[in-house]
Each structure stands twice: as C-alpha cells, then as structure tokens.
Ligand binder design. Structure first.
Ligand code: KG4
Ligand code: ZN
Length: 358
C-alpha cells in the first residue's frame, strides 16, 4: 500500500473558487500542501447578493488557474495525485457544475478515482484536518447557507438533532451588515464593529429560545434590527447595533448549544469523550468562539474549532473528505451528479415554510 495519500480538492458551490492539495501520511495525519481560495466578493458587491450566472462565469474563468496554482504551491505534480474530490452539492447548480466538470476531467485524464463531495460533510469533517477527534461528536455547523446541530456518529453517519427553521446564522449576519451599510456585507464586519459598540444598547428578540428543542430561528431577530434601523443614525449607533445583535446571537447560542449538548448525551449515554465541534464560516467569529468555549467548559465538553481558514469555504476540507471516502471505498464514482439540495441527514424532516409545527 502507498504510504501517503495525496488528493486534489475543488470547491465551487457558491462564490469562492477554491482548490487545494491535501496529503494524509501513513499515520493518518493530514497536511495541507496548498489551499488556494479566490473570492468573488468584488463581482457580487454591487448586487447585494450572489448572482448565480456571474458566479458561474467567474468560476469558469478562473478554475483552471486556481487548480494550477494549488498544484504549483503544493510542490507536487498532477502525477502525484491519488484522487480528485469536488463539491457536488448543496449549492448553486451552475456553480457546482464548473468544479465537478473540472474535477472529473482531471481524474479521467489521470486515470484516478473521482469523488463528488457533500459540502456540508466537508465542513463537518474539517476539524479533523488539524485535530484527532473521536466519534461520535456533537457538531454545530454555522455557515451562510446552513445552521444545524448534528450528532456525527461516525464517518458517513450524520444525525440532525436541530436546525434553523428560517435563516441560516451567516445569512442573518450578512443581512444585518447590509442594513448597517457595510460595503461588503459579511459577518466579519459585524464582529469588527461590535468591538466598538455597547452590546446592551438595543434589546432584540430571541425567537423560540425556550421551545422546539435545539432548533433555531433568526428571521424575527433580523426583522427586529430592520425595524429599529431608523434609530441608527450615526456610527456610534451602528456599532451599538452590531454589538447588540452579536450579543443576542451569543445568548441564543448559549441556550441552544446547552440544550443540544443535553440532547446529544441522551443519544450517546455511554460516551467517554464529550467533544463539541463548531464549524462553518460563522465559527471564525472570536466572540462566538469565546462564548462557546465558556459554555463547553461548564458542560464538561472539549470544544474544537477548525482554524479560521478552514471555517470559511475552502477546498482543503473537500480534499480531506475525498480522502476519507477513498479509504472507505477506493473506487470513487464518476456518475455522481451535482445537486442543489443534499441534506447530510436524509431522514431529518424539512423544517422550513408555513405549517411548520414546533
Ligand atoms: O462556510 P461559509 O464560508 O460559506 C457557506 O458555506 O455558506 O460561511 C460564510 C458565512 C457568511 O454568511 C459570512 O458572513 C459568515 O460566514 N462569516 C462570519 C464571520 N466570518 C464569516 N460571521 C460572523 N463573524 C465572522 N467573523
Ligand atoms: Zn460552506
């Protein structure tokens, strides 16, 4: 058997064109040999959101050079690659297809296996690139498109125990950043503004805080910010609103993560190592990190965050998930198709829209 496994990962599910080369050594340790991410923020900025056709075009314009850079920076060559993994979903179909086509073509040409990866699985396993984490673990996935609590029972077995019933947390951050006039409406700017603001200035709602288990809801909170925005007239008020919003999120997460931990322990009564992984773009927020570190300590959980670069979208997590799939079934699958919707837990009910019973 070959000592080291080397995978090329490709990510184009939304507005980041990314490629990465990841190696797993004979002891199972990961090493990121390159991790190239090209953001399309400048392209979509003036539209206030991601425009699918423009995103797809930008991926197609750049994917070859991003892959070339990833290979070059890794100091490897295409002939060293053992397999190729590309994000197959969920995401924007026209975007996914760019990375999938590039990945399949390279794999065919190299005569190596190809793996179509679930982007959420990439996030779910991302902490394993830098940390040894034993299964099962509790996962809070907080990104721009998804917000879920999952019991990661083992590789390939994900049990959803809670979800947002409306907006994803990253989406709420983005929309509030936009209301506060941010040039680039992103959660990062809210985090920065919050440092200068008073978190107690505005009282904001915490929807479904004490009901519906560890399900979450952010739409009402976002609307409350919108209704109060007329009072936000100067920079001081903007900073206060950003800080109040972030503080409210922290309070919601404190209660809901505590509930999720209890629910997770009910599912895993004999568990020895209580691990809590927080992944996805919002997990790079330092205030949220500190808040959840404190909570985990009080609940006896070890908390693990991927490094910031691996929280936001990247292809290293896709390459890593590809390696895990390869180790389970080395043949790969060229027939996998891109899918806009691809839940990690196929048995979990759809939890959005009218008629929802909490
Ligand atoms: O995981 P990700 O890169 O993409 C998706 O899979 O959606 O997450 C992007 C989300 C965006 O909504 C962005 O505003 C949010 O992560 N985000 C943050 C921070 N950095 C990125 N939210 C709060 N604080 C941050 N520092
Ligand atoms: Zn993501």
């Amino acid at each position: 058997m070959k000592k080291n496994l080397i995978f090329l990962g490709i990510e184009t599910s939304c507005d980041e064109t990314a490629a990465s080369v990841v190696m797993q050594d004979s002891k199972g340790k990961a090493k990121i040999l390159s991790n190239v991410v090209s953001s399309q923020i400048k392209i979509h900025k003036k539209f206030g959101g991601v425009v699918p056709d423009l995103a797809s075009k930008a991926h197609a314009d750049k994917i070859d050079i991003i892959i070339k850079q990833a290979i070059y920076k890794s100091k490897k060559s295409f002939k060293d690659i053992d397999g190729v993994a590309a994000t197959a979903g969920p995401g924007l179909l026209v975007c996914l297809m760019v990375g999938m086509t590039a990945g399949k073509t390279i794999a065919r040409f190299l005569d190596k296996p190809f793996f179509g990866i679930n982007h959420l699985e990439g996030h779910a396993l991302s902490a394993g690139i830098t940390n040894d984490i034993s299964y099962p673990y509790l996962l809070l996935l907080i990104s721009g498109g998804h917000t879920q609590f999952l019991s990661v029972n083992k590789f390939g077995n994900y049990e959803r125990i809670g979800t947002t019933i409306d907006d994803a947390l990253g989406e709420a951050f983005d929309k509030v950043a936009k209301m506060l006039g941010a040039n680039i409406p992103n959660g990062k700017i809210i985090e920065k503004m919050s440092l200068k603001g008073n978190p107690k200035k505005y009282l904001l709602p915490k929807p479904i805080l004490h009901k519906s288990g560890c399900n979450l809801s952010f739409a009402g909170l976002k609307t409350a910010v919108m209704l109060q925005i007329k009072n936000v007239k100067n920079n001081k008020c903007k900073y206060d609103m950003a800080a109040s919003f972030q503080e409210t999120i922290n309070e919601i997460l404190r209660i809901k993560c505590s509930k999720a931990m209890d629910m997770f322990l009910d599912l895993q009564p004999k568990l020895k190592n209580k691990n809590f992984v927080v992944a996805g773009g919002v997990a790079s927020n330092k205030s949220i990190r500190n808040n959840l570190i404190k909570l985990s300590r009080s609940k006896g959980f070890a908390i693990i965050f991927p490094p910031s670069k691996l929280c936001t979208d990247n292809a290293a997590m896709i390459a890593w998930a590809g390696i895990k799939h390869y180790q389970k079934k080395s043949k790969g699958n060229f027939n996998v198709e891109s899918s806009a919707r691809w839940p990690l837990d196929p048995k979990a009910p759809f939890m959005k829209g009218p008629g929802l019973k909490l």
